[in-house]
Design a protein around this ligand. Structure first.
Ligand SMILES: [Zn+2]
Length: 244
């Protein structure tokens, strides 16, 4: 086992509250594309089976640490494409923003076939997104639902400014409650980055709650410990992803 693999295992130990990390899980971590050093090591159903939701979350954060330190895995994209063409076994489903600066797969160093990613301005929850998440987990076996907001989000700024434009008007209206519920002393305008980011954090938390409230399928999977539903926040300045 390489030094890098040891690092990955330690990260996962830190989040495994039950202390049940096994030898097979160590081997699986070493073999997954999310932590392996090189090559087209595709995430198989067998490997995914050995990973807990907490370990998958740790692998996502580990991938982001590689991104911020410039130590992303060298990838053979064509090999990954070929080896996943006949089937996929993604470990997670993301709900993230359309912002061109916040591509989850890039900033978390995730390969082809390893994660679903639903993108919509302001990472807003709607019925189609919920259906996609239900497919990703209950049907396709992903074990983590991660909502990822980000700093300086244009959708949040637009909602604060009450922008009205075609179909965007209805989309931005989804963030009104998050704006109202954000406790913040000081300048509550889109010109204040701290306020914009505070609303974006509230929006992530509300999205998590909305997923639980509106999807009995996902709620039951979470209650039965089959999946974890978590929020995260990507900082455009630092490149870091932090759990919310
Ligand atoms: Zn955004």
């Amino acid at each position: 086992m390489s030094h890098e693999d040891h690092d990955g295992a330690q990260d996962c130990c830190a989040v495994d509250r039950r202390g049940l990390l096994t030898v097979s899980a160590f081997a699986a971590l070493a073999a997954t594309g999310m932590s392996a050093p090189a090559g087209a090591q595709v995430l198989t159903a067998e490997i995914r089976e050995t990973l807990t939701p907490e370990q998958i979350i740790a692998l996502i954060l580990k991938g982001n640490a590689r991104f911020t330190s410039g130590t992303q895995r060298p990838r053979d994209w064509l090999a990954e494409q070929r080896e996943t063409a006949a089937g996929q076994h993604p470990a997670a489903v993301f709900l993230s923003c359309v912002d061109s600066r916040a591509p989850v797969e890039v900033v978390c160093d995730i390969g082809i076939g390893q994660a679903f990613n639903a993108r919509v301005a302001g990472n807003a929850v709607n019925d189609d997104i919920l259906g996609s998440m239900e497919f990703a987990t209950a049907a396709a076996g992903a074990k983590v639902v991660m909502v990822m907001g980000h700093s300086a989000c244009g959708a949040i700024k637009g909602a604060i400014d009450d922008v009205r434009l075609g179909n965007l008007t209805l989309l931005l209206a989804r963030f009104k409650n998050a704006i109202e519920e954000t406790k913040f002393e000081g300048d509550r305008t889109s010109k204040n980055p701290a306020f914009v980011d505070a609303v974006a954090h509230t929006n992530v938390r509300k999205s998590i709650q909305s997923i639980r409230d509106r999807s009995p399928v996902l709620r039951d999977l979470e209650q039965n410990k089959k999946i974890a539903i978590v929020g995260s926040f990507y900082d455009l300045e630092s490149g870091r992803v932090a759990l919310v």
